[in-house]
Design a protein around this ligand. Sequence first.
Ligand code: ADP
Length: 392
Amino acid sequence: MIGAVLTLNAGSSSLKFALYDEDGDEPVADGAVDRIGANEASLSLKAADGTELPVVNIPLVDHAQSIKAVLESLRAAFPDKKLGAIGHRVVHGGTEFDRPTSIDDEVLEKLEALAPFAPLHQPHNLAGIRAAMQAFPGVPQIACFDTSFHRTHPWVNDTFALPREYYDRGVRRYGFHGISYDYITSELQRRAPLIAAGRVVVAHLGNGASMCAIQNGRSVASTMGFSALDGLPMGTRCGQVDPGVLLYLMDQEGMDADEISDMLYRRSGLLGLSGGLASDMRTLEASDAIEAKEAIAYFVFRIQRELGAMAAAMGGIDALVFCGGIGENSRLIRSRICERTEWMGIEIDHARNAGNAEIISSDMSRSKVMVIPTNEGLVIARAAREHLRHVA
Ligand code: ADP
């Protein structure tokens, strides 16, 4: 008996969690704390069948209190389960952490040193880890990194053409969404091993969006780079921008780093392009406003453009896989993307696409097009289980 595994994903004001048994792909319960620190902060907990479970009523003033509330609620709901390990999602593992890692004081210190590379995410991830370590001093804590999967990039996809010393100081293309790409790769190996051994582009299209070129199971290029801003436009993030624009905003409009950061992370992307209408794709698809249509057109165009770039990084493409909230659900976006991809041997079957089939390419298509729901929580749970098996 290695015990149950809890996965935690701590953001700035939210904490998502799931409880897994020692085996099985589905969590026995999951939930979230939302708006941590605000008056209307709330904790929700659902059993595997979707029924709401009762939660303890304590003030959710910070991450530590939120984790306490989660643990006490889980204990009350599942008194017989023994927690074997806690798995954490950590956005940045720098150049060193290329795999899930058991957290001790030394590792925690190294992760803290990486906070300047992801100032909007890393400190919250670490707050979650510290709170969990405090609540469960004897329980192993495992960190899974969004950057690890991309540590196999060749140098040309790892560097910027800046003075060389910046590379040595950590200014590199780290790439993100690696936990999702890891899952999709493992699913491809299981469902379609021949494809998994070939050249695959995965498009993770959710609120955050990126694409990854994966050759024989290894990441060779990604649209996200030093930060989670580069590449595709996202819900509220800009995607690729000419760095000259930022210099202009600083020089001519007197914007400082905080103002630019707020604009690039929170006011750009689909939200910015749609004139503030929505960052949410469903809302944009349902809107008749010209700004909504233009936001979608830009999103689709940049994906088509990057698809060419990702295929070029591998000298061709054998399969395109969609995942993330938009990739898994939006028939419209998938078919719009594949409207201009026949030149690369991608031909969609519209009936299969409309039916949300696993394979949505036509039988004539040279490259397969697939839809695979991602499951980042399971990757983290598996890493925590793996650790437990090693120490057992
Ligand atoms: P996150 O990156 O926060 O995990 P998700 O992967 O859940 O986000 O993706 C959220 C996005 O998916 C939103 O833009 C949402 O509108 C979009 N989405 C979800 N379902 C659909 C759908 N049926 N049609 C179009 N877009 C959808």
